[in-house]
Design a binder for this molecule. Structure first.
Ligand code: BGC
Length: 480
């Protein structure tokens, strides 16, 4: 049985996680929308939209997200987590309407930038909000609801894309459907409290007690209140700025946040999320339907394994899951590379080996770096600068994402071993992605080493205990 207060925090977290749903939906929707947009806005004298313009339609959202993440950190510390999430939901609505109603491609691009801004803000304010309202015993699971929502959002976007694929100007609907979860997020958040931790940092004790009463056991309210207040007393009042983050006592926390985001992105997750159909085409699936179907399978496994992560994250802890997940990813990437490298030998078996390896890869990502990178950055920073610190880690996530997405196809070409080129059925590709996958595997090994030296085990600790750990100048590995 789920206890009363737990039920309450689960409901609160689920509402906030609509921000994650929007993150997933709005990053995933473009793959299907692009197919329709590029055949509608054809360049005069050609059959298609210019490839550079297509690239912009896809990638501006990542640039928007970088900017959104960077500018909003301080705002989340000043105005509170709740208000920022509500404003974000409005930005999501505006961006979806601009892109859905756009008369020309440049307006679609403007709309996608606006949506990107909202994604950038939501991607860290939601984990931040959930982390700060959660009781320590189930904080990992609750914050990971956000990652679950991201994976569901990605999957739903595939389905919506399929549903409108044959509709006249169906891309408009693909964008406009995103308005719905944004409305739920905005209205839902309106009725929720801000986090007790942020409220106390602003001296709003009465409201903080009310929020605590909704989220922790009645017997624990006083204790929680005291320990948050104590941490706030020891934090220097004047230092709530960026400079604080670069103090020696927080150096580890800074490295951990940016490092985890580096390994989350540079092990290649979004080459799978954004390019899976292309990878499957190179592996030998013909046409569009089969690769898209295989991609849908990847989406389902992503969701299911995130549920497994939610189950394990507060039981096993963050570190064991990261070891397990990264090891599995490294093996899957290595096998994927070998399969592509031996394409001639494997023949038509290549397509099945590639689907199996990609599915295994995503399964291991989903139980580890997917939820854990976002969880850890919501746990390791001191209260007074938590917003701004998370926004920096989040900015790096979007920057790394952008670099990998932009360079993947070129990287594939550069790292193709001469003589192993594969030409797809439609003759558009004549490179081999084996080298790129091996490179991601090597980064994954680096991730294992990083986890050993730098990752703290935050399971079962309150946010205040974690902050206390840094304040004592201790090494991250000593937090167990
Ligand atoms: C990552 C995204 C990725 C998604 C896939 C998130 O944790 O930050 O870049 O697309 O997981 O499930």
């Amino acid at each position: 049985m789920i206890k009363g207060t737990n039920r309450h925090v689960i409901i609160i977290s689920t509402i906030a996680a609509f921000g994650g749903l929007l993150f997933g939906y709005d990053t995933g929707v473009i793959s299907g929308a692009l197919l329709l947009i590029k055949s509608q806005f054809v360049e005069p004298g050609t059959q298609q939209m210019a490839p550079e313009l297509q690239e912009w339609v896809v990638s501006v959202v990542l640039i928007g997200a970088m900017v959104g993440a960077l500018v909003s950190g301080k705002l989340a510390d000043i105005f509170g987590r709740k208000k920022i999430i509500i404003v974000t939901s409005v930005i999501f609505i505006i961006g979806s309407l601009i892109s859905g109603l756009a008369p020309v491609v440049s307006m679609i691009i403007v709309g996608r930038i606006v949506i990107g801004l909202a994604i950038g803000v939501a991607s860290f304010t939601v984990p931040l909000y959930i982390s700060e309202i959660s009781p320590k015993k189930i904080r990992g699971a609750l914050v990971s609801l956000n990652q679950l929502a991201i994976t569901i959002g990605i999957f739903v976007s595939y389905l919506v894309d399929l549903g409108f694929a044959e509709t006249h100007e169906g891309w408009r609907w693909m964008f406009i459907v995103g308005v719905l979860p944004a409305i739920i997020l905005g209205i839902g958040m309106f009725f929720l409290p801000d986090t007790p931790r942020w409220l106390l940092s602003k001296g709003k004790e009465k409201e903080a007690i009310l929020a605590l009463e909704k989220t922790v056991e009645p017997n624990d309210v006083k204790n929680e209140l005291n320990s948050i207040q104590q941490v706030l007393r020891t934090e220097s009042k004047s230092k709530s700025s960026l400079k604080e983050l670069f103090q020696p006592w927080l150096r580890y926390a800074l490295i951990i946040g940016i490092g985890l985001m580096f390994f989350q992105q540079f092990t290649g997750i979004n080459t799978v999320i954004y390019y899976a159909p292309t990878i499957f085409q190179i592996a030998g699936f013909h046409g569009e339907f089969a690769p898209i179907l295989a991609t849908t399978l990847v989406g389902v496994v992503n969701i299911l394994m995130t549920i497994v992560a939610i189950w394990l994250i507060d039981r096993w802890g963050r570190k064991p899951l990261t070891y397990l997940g990264l090891s599995g990813m490294v093996v899957a990437l290595t096998v994927l590379g070998i399969a592509f490298n031996q394409a001639e030998v494997l023949g038509s078996a290549l397509k099945w080996v590639s689907v199996a390896s990609v599915v295994i890869y995503i399964a291991f990502f989903a139980i580890s770096l997917g939820p854990i990178a976002w969880l850890i950055i919501s746990e390791i920073y001191p209260l007074r600068i938590r917003g701004i610190a998370m926004s920096i880690a989040t900015f790096s996530n979007w920057l790394f994402n952008f670099i990998v997405a932009k360079t993947f196809l070129t990287l594939t070409k550069i790292l193709t071993i001469p003589g192993t080129e594969i030409t797809t059925a439609n003759g558009t590709e004549s490179s081999n992605p084996a080298g790129a996958f091996w490179l991601f595997a090597i980064v994954g090994i680096g991730g294992l080493i990083f986890t050993y030296f730098y990752m703290p085990e935050t399971k079962g600790h309150t946010l205040e205990e974690i902050e206390e750990h840094w304040a004592q100048g201790k090494n991250p590995r000593m937090l167990k």
